[in-house]
Design a binder for this molecule. Sequence first.
Ligand code: MG
Length: 366
Amino acid sequence: MIQHLGPPYRAVALSTHSRVDQLIEQTRRLRPVAIAVTGESDTAYLRSLFGQMGVECFFGPSGLIDLVQHPQVDIVLSAVVGAAGLPAAVSAVDAGKKLLLANKEALVIAGSLLIPRARQRQTEILPIDSEHSAVFQAMQAGRRQEIRRVILTASGGPFRKASLSEMENARPRDALRHPTWNMGEKITIDSATMFNKAAEIIEAAWLFDLEPDQIEVVIHPESVIHSMVEFVDGSVIAQLSPPDMKTPIQYAITYPERLSGCGKRMDWTSEWALHFEPPDPKRFPALSIAYEVIRVRGTLGAVMNAANETAVSAFLAEKIRFGMIWRVVENTIAQHHVILNPTLDDLLQADQWARRTAEAWIRRQG
Ligand code: MG
């Protein structure tokens, strides 16, 4: 992507947690000025290897903070999974860098911290998640106050046509078949429960400053329309492109410009159709949990995220049935005492509390 774009875009800094071989290959090819390795690594070897290339090295979790604050960095693309990326995202915002978020957890966990902070520092936070990129692109068709609501599309996942009882008792192998996107195990389960979409509702609420009644979800199995914005006059603007993350990544990097793309293109030479259906709230309770989270906000998103992660691990380890995942989350949320304007520490503590509470509840069920 960065090589496709060419100057003035350049990879100034790169990081990895554990894919050190890939980092070495990319450092040789892209010649950044700094790198960070946050996981275990042979620091002496890497220091001498990168030192010879004239590359500054940072190690350990704080390495990411050094990296995002580097004076040559203008744009930070954060794709760190889970809460681990939060301190670096906060310091990118504090340092006034444009922050591109690929992981929705950052806003689900810490929207109540990141968004006010970014507003204060006048830092831009732009989405890479395909739905939010689509909303952001469609929003360019009108003024902020002309937006009536946004419509997030969802593939519906592997259980779109399953019955409630099939879903209740589903095993990991049933839930791991995803029709459109090829993703990791955790996110594929999230797509089956629709906790992925729940997270996206919360992400949209923070990113675009929306109230619960301004966010709708529609199942669209082809995943060609990535989301839509309805304006006050009744016009709906949709963004379409083949399922390929290169398009949203590039838009976030080059916004407000559009440059020649390197993703797949739409093919209009044969007959095809797009389908839409409303999600069934009985089979996908994750969605109403998300609306509850954005009504309350504060630490509740962090709790939803952590409880869901705990429940998904238990499901993949075959400790609980599929139908228990949302119950774990709902139960954990019900027990939480919300902090409305949390610090980073409050959020990380809420995350830990939710994991312990969810685990204890899962143990009691077994
Ligand atoms: Mg998405």
